[in-house]
Design a protein around this ligand. Sequence first.
Ligand code: IMP
Length: 187
Amino acid sequence: MSDLVTEYNGRLEKVTTMFTAEQIQARIKALGEEISRDYQGKEVVAVAVLKGSVPFFADLIRAMELPGLSCDFLGLSSYGSRTETSGVVRLTSDLSRPVVDKHVLVIEDIVDTGLTMQYLLENLATRKPASVRICTLLHKPANERVSVPLDYIGFTIENEFVVGYGLDYDERYRQLPFIGVMRFEDL
Ligand code: IMP
């Protein structure tokens, strides 16, 4: 059964729901409470990794009760095919302010091979923050090539290509309110 079928470039793209909008919001509420407890009284910089984490970031920061919270953004891209990373990561846009002595909470959409987060952790370490933690909405452990410490995980998933709620296939499907598995069929 498919929840969304799109004809594109001579193929059918089928997206089948994995997590509904309600399931995502319930998990974010719990994550927000956990993060708020852990960071009580601290100055936290929530860092959204563009572009995929934008919907998750927007919902998660509103689920946290942290008066000392500030927000910043950075862009990372990894070259590769449409559904597989090459592992060559580069910074496409940087934070707007230094994070020296700040508690940095990186907010990511998905950790797959781990190469993107490994690159980011090494990059952030040079900026002398007080601490760095990672919160990822999804974790795909089957594809792990390097082990990175994931402090908060929304959902652990099988080795499927997923789209929606920020995640894209060739820049499309980010706007879906749910997360679905993407499959293709020739016409
Ligand atoms: P990495 O393999 O952990 O370095 O992940 C690199 C990036 O690949 C993630 O930040 C996502 O943007 C993208 N990615 C990995 N798996 C998926 C997926 O299933 N759907 C959409 N994007 C993905």
